[in-house]
Design a protein around this ligand. Sequence first.
Ligand code: C2O
Ligand code: CU
Length: 515
Amino acid sequence: MKLSRRGFLRLGMLGVASVALPIGRMIGPMNELAKAGAVTSPPVEPFQVPLPIPPVLKPVRTDASTDYYEMVQREATAEILPGYRTTIWGYEGIFPGPTIEARSGRQVVVRQRNELPVPVVTHLHGGVTPPESDGYPTDLILPASSSHDANHGTGHHHGGAITYETRDYVYPNQQRAAMLWYHDHRMDFTGPQVYRGLAGLYIIRDEIEDALPLPRDEREVPLVITDRTFTADGDLYYPSLDPTLQGQPGVVSSFANGVFGDTILVNGAPWPVLDVGTARYRLRLLNASNARPYLLALDPPPPNGPAFIQIGSDGGLLETPIPHDEILISPAERFDVIVDFGQYPVGTSVRLVNREGVGPTADVMRFDVARREEEYSEIPDRLAPEEPLPDPSEAVEVRRFQFIAGFFGWPSTVNFRIFDPNRIAARPRLDTTEIWELHADPEHPIHLHLVHFRVLSRNGGPPGPWDAGWKDTVFMRGGSAQIIARFSGYRGKYVFHCHNLEHEDMMMMENFEVV
Ligand code: C2O
Ligand code: CU
């Protein structure tokens, strides 16, 4: 069956899409098929490449209120697999992009310059950002080369706010310390553009965090986890219908439920290794994979006590630390955890493993406990001051959204509808609280722009083990979750969507407008 996604756009408008929905239940085996893939990467000896740390970008200038940055999005080559040259698309030509370090309450302006052959859009994931800087999927930065060709690329007909070559994104950072990330969000093409490398970290810090005796400097380590498949030549393999990303969007139908790679990269390096001392380390985990969730654990586990002490979530520090033996992290989620390598004798190799992986995807990276080191850090019982939880009795609206995966070229939908930039699915009033009941079939990481929320319940019961703190992405494997959010910050139009990027590109996205 070979129906184009655009064909479905038309069918969807006739209401035909809803006929296909019950088969969403059947896609489990399709995920396995997609994971197997059509291409196998060149083999890599794991735990050979030292863990790279993305460089921190320097502002081009600063003034009393603002730090100004400039980034060029361009093609570059990188040696990702030892001995191979890989063409990537990167912010500043690197993957992951450079890290931006921001201060809570201090504004950042990022001038993005597009030197790629396609339109781009940059979204700051987790940012409380005014709508014009949020990276709405049709607010395209067209390539420099296209400024005299109005018909270049796709997406013009969606009617977003188009700019040529550059765009200034304004990030007020009126939010607590947290690890956010920026990534491409181009309508219909987010999956392939992020896969080629358009993602980077954005870390907000504040006084509350500064005052805590947590591991810092080289003992604070960001880990951007992705999976990729490479061709025999070492190029990135992504099953686009149109590999130029200029014409028809979408992936070949066997990948419609996600592009899963067979090579795990951390900070852009395959199964890297990091030498650590006998001390606590703060690992700031981001799953920047297109579709793959990871069930992370340590092997061997520490002799006395849990593998991970979680101190933060998507939205920053927790009130109190939470011990975990394993952590399920879905695309776009962040976990801020402490690992105590002081529990291992010098000479121990500790693998960070993925308990849901098979073969090469069962390993993520390795820590080699290489030296004795002084401990200076502590994990305080109280991390961040108690943030008032939104009171469910104050919720002025309860909304219900059902996310159902597509199948064999059928689109993925929210409440049986495919994304339409001109349709608003919810109009929360500014500074009001709402409860959203999300239903997932079969599994989706659901992300809301602008707001941070709390998970109130799952399937009518208590929240799950990884639901603590402020979240902007919640992972569901079937069933439902109730989340509660206060729609504060800015009025305007924002999206919410599945963060399985193939689902997102296959239209599992909706608008809300804060009014
Ligand atoms: Cu991480 Cu709408 O995105
Ligand atoms: Cu999904």
